[in-house]
Design a protein around this ligand. Sequence first.
Ligand code: TA6
Length: 274
Amino acid sequence: MDNHPFHELVASDGARAIIALDGAHVTSWIPAKESENRLFVSARSTYGPGHAIRGGIPIIFPQFGAFGPLAQHGFARRRRWMALDTTTVAGHATFGLHDDDETRALWPHAFEATLQVKVGGPSLAVTLTVHNSGESELTFTAAFHPYFAVRQAFGALVEGLSGCRYRDSLRDGGVFDERDAQLTISGPLDRIYYNAPDRVIVRDGDRVMTIEKSGFPEVVVWNPGAEGTRSRTDFLEGEEHAMLCVEAALIEYPLLLAPGASWTGAQRMTASTQ
Ligand code: TA6
């Protein structure tokens, strides 16, 4: 993987994360005092510019999903980012991406995006800032798309979404109200929860992941199920049991940025046991 540079972050308390420059993609996060990667990456993932890593934390920008003219989930996850200040503070790093001829051919806007990664104690925080460096306004949708490593996806619980309206991609994009206090993952699931609270909790047996967001109105919950992993070449059959995506997203109302304006969105993950 020599051609696929990675940056390793180690905090003073031993918490660590690995970030691939391709996509500024966090591929590994081990909280302090733990030994297992809390992020899932498929054994069949591909790497390198032009590929989207299957797992970790893909950055979705400037288009979520197929909601627009660009390729699925936009181009940021397939581009090589630059390492900016990666050495000054233990456990912190910043990566940057800006427009070039290739991005402007796909999306005709001048922009500067930065990703800040901060690891320490039981938490990992990722912060995306998008700056409109052009002379006309732009709109975009975006998300952090973390794949959490779970012991048993089917049986995992997601708390905090009760009362939210959601779009169910597996039911023809129909919109429903979440009535359950706890969402139980029991098979394939692909939902966008609108106007979701800034804190949701995932329970996986005795392991707990607290997920906090800011700047992103939506939460997406996704598991591909058996058919979803079988039909994708970059998943191993059966890996649907080992992962669950709970994403901070900006989808329903694309963000409009005036020339010179910036937007920031963040997702913070904290691992614990109950
Ligand atoms: O965030 C959920 C989702 O948009 C699903 O609809 C599913 O397609 C998933 O992302 C993965 O997309 P990908 O392009 O990485 O296969």
